[in-house]
Design a protein around this ligand. Sequence first.
Ligand code: COA
Length: 331
Amino acid sequence: MDVEECLKEWEDLVVDYKRLEVVNKDYVTKLEEVGELQAACMKEINHQKYRMSIIAAALKRLEKKGVTKDDRVANLEKEIMKRKAMLREINATLPKQNSLYLRIILGNVNVSILNKNDKFKYKDEYEKFKLILSAIAFVLAVANLYIDFRPLQLILLFLLVWYYCTLTIRESILKVNGSRIKGWWRLHHFISTVVAGILLIWPQNEPWNLFRHTFMWFIAYISVVQYMQFRYQSGVLYRLKALGARHNMDITIEGFHSWMWRGLSYLLPFLFGGYVFQLYIAYTLYSLSYHPEATWQIPALSLSFLTIGIGNCATTLIVIPQKLNEQVQWN
Ligand code: COA
């Protein structure tokens, strides 16, 4: 290319650049329009919520006064419930503010996923992440059962600190994006991060040697339970996707509920087995706290395992009747 040709090329490129400028201007205008539409949607959602709350309060007052609930009222209540679910679906397409935890960790970066498919992919990836890390933890726990090598123990404990810490971040992002994960499961993962941190700094003394086998068995056990949970959760996720609904809005299809109960009845005994194991560990640590070489880590861990065991058990016991209710309401 000589200078003349370079100049000619450049002139051609100037024309192309003008085209890019026009497209970009169009894009920026549309972005602004999207922002305005999002604000308008939020305003309309708030309006819907406000007026529905007035109607619901009026219905409650009538009920208190002893006005009998006829078909019209029952129908209206059902419609309000359906509308709430619809509003949740609409809300899921709008950007949200980060939680305080995410603002502290990530800063004010936007983590809202507005597209249903991308949301599904993110959740699916979260479940797979848990599965892969559980498989690694299982291998390390079994290796630790047979090999007494401190660095191997530390690798597992460090992995657990990192894993639970990462879970809390991923779960906060899922929450921002409309997941209905219960507060306890998130708190459980915060406590588990602390537990793994305390285990990491527990000095290598006699009580640790007495405890470590029980702990490795526990990690191996919950890794297997995690695999079962993965099968259940991804089953729910794919079925809901196939039904075209994320939550209980359209799940009137009987097949879903019967599949869910089959999955749960298979999973629940193993979950409760895990809770008994957690309480047993709390008791073992409590007994070890009287050992002459006991350090502060032992009672702290005992209390944490007790909290986790009771919290898990209570939350799972609360979830079951809620699911039964959900089924009755939508049948
Ligand atoms: N961790 C992370 N997310 C969870 C969760 C958990 N333990 N339990 C439920 N969720 C999520 C669900 O995926 C769902 O997410 P979505 O709104 O994005 O779709 C949301 O929370 C609501 O779930 P819900 O309908 O209440 O329950 P479920 O049918 O998905 O699961 C259980 C019910 C009981 C199977 C499930 O809560 C569970 O596995 N709990 C046991 C966890 C545990 O004890 N672990 C320690 C083992 S020793």
